[in-house]
Design a protein around this ligand. Structure first.
Ligand SMILES: *Cc1c(COP(=O)(O)O)cnc(C)c1O
Length: 396
């Protein structure tokens, strides 16, 4: 079976983790700040805060931006549930902006339209969370322009997009957002096993996130609100969590970061090869790429023309039966039973639903070979023509 994604672990990664195991600190040691500084440097942003997952990063990012039970957060349906759950953790309300079916990313026109309407009804969002789907940056300049006009904050969910670029700056530069979040889950571009990072240009936001990831506790003399009781003294100043990354995870992440550009270059090369092969296959269209960005290509997604639920299910099931572990990203978040219980109805974001029933994620990872890519393309095109023959036979 060809998996849809998998991590690349080299001897240098193993050595880095073993070195931490043999050191004095398994957690709260020197490697976490080293990893943070390396990611900040990579993104050309001043601050990075490491946590134990992107989900935690999204949560502390929302809290740092004052998302509370009175707040409203908007994101897109075409994402992992964590992009919306972070708002609910804060007791806030969540709502969804439809996507552009051709790219899978937030549709800026739909956002502008929804904002106009929200202004009329008096319920503008406090925070919008665009998701850089499959590794392709959203149109952040346009979203930031709307943020200034309507007064909302922006968290980029860049779980798919570390190593990508937007307008020639690294994703995570945060020129058009308040905070940008990365995931280091093994299926993502680089991994720390579990792990996440929140990057920002704003020092106060970084400080709040740093406090929240560790119980809201500080021992920094500069931050104490009353005189120290002695060398053991610390203060809990907010209600935080234990969202800390360990030094073992940070060592793996730091070692992987050194290979990031190579991984992304390989992913781009493999994606271009798929694009060339699919150009010969009628009815299969890769995701549209805009030219003001360089995708990190976390996922390689194709859309099936004139797709139906039956055809979509047939293709993904048969691909798996024939050794190609295809996947589907994503079930629109609001179609999940939990979100249906919150009152969302099927049909709410038509482009997201049409996209969902036509999109197939195909295997993409740095060690994927050209013969494997050929096998993926041949299997999918054979299945499509089998389906067409069956449909024609049924009509006759
Ligand atoms: C993977 C992912 C997350 C969650 O990442 P974790 O590190 O597993 O918590 C959030 N958003 C998106 C878009 C993701 O793909």
């Amino acid at each position: 079976m060809i998996p849809y994604g998998k991590q690349n672990i080299a001897q240098q990664d193993i050595d880095a983790v073993v070195a931490v195991l043999q050191s004095d600190f398994l957690t709260q040691g020197p490697v976490v700040p080293q990893f943070e500084q390396a990611v900040a440097r990579y993104c050309q942003a001043p601050h990075a805060v490491a946590v134990n997952s992107a989900t935690s990063a999204l949560h502390v990012a929302c809290m740092a931006l004052d998302v509370t039970q009175n707040s409203l957060v908007w994101t897109v349906p075409n994402s992992f549930v964590a992009s919306a759950n972070c708002a609910l953790y804060c007791g806030a309300s969540v709502d969804f902006v439809d996507i552009d079916e051709t790219s899978g990313n937030l549709c800026v026109l739909a956002l502008a339209e929804k904002l106009r309407h929200a202004q009329e009804t008096g319920r503008l969002p406090d925070v919008v969370i665009p998701v850089h789907f499959a590794g392709q940056s959203c149109d952040m300049e346009a979203i930031a322009k709307l943020a200034r006009q309507y007064g909302f904050k922006i968290i980029e969910d860049a779980s798919h997009a570390i190593g990508g670029r937007y307008q020639s700056n690294p994703v995570g530069h945060c020129d058009y957002s308040d905070i940008c979040v990365f995931s280091f889950h093994p299926v993502k571009i680089i991994t720390s096993a579990e792990g996440g990072m929140a990057v920002t240009q704003n020092e106060a936001l970084a400080q709040r996130m740093r406090s929240l990831r560790s119980h809201g506790i500080t021992a920094d003399p500069a931050l104490l609100t009353e005189p120290s009781h002695g060398p053991w003294y610390y203060q809990q100043q907010a209600l935080g969590f234990n969202y800390r990354m360990t030094d073992l995870h940070a060592a793996l992440g730091l070692s992987q970061l050194a290979q990031l550009d190579q991984f992304v270059a390989t992913r781009n090369k493999l994606a271009q090869h798929y694009d060339a092969l699919f150009a010969q296959v009628e009815g299969v269209t890769p995701l549209a790429q805009s030219d003001n960005q360089y995708s990190a290509y976390h996922l390689y997604v194709v859309r099936i023309a004139d797709s139906t639920r039956q055809l979509h299910e047939y293709l993904v099931t048969q691909l798996r039966a024939q050794g190609v572990f295809a996947h589907v990203h994503y079930i629109p978040i609001y179609l999940q039973p939990y979100y249906q219980q919150q009152g969302f109805k099927a049909g709410y974001c038509p482009a997201s639903e049409a996209y969902y029933h036509s999109a197939i994620t195909l295997p993409l990872f740095p060690s994927l070979t050209a013969p494997q890519q050929q096998q993926v393309v041949d299997t999918l095109s054979q299945l499509l023509s089998d389906w067409q023959h069956t449909q024609t036979a049924l009509k006759e």
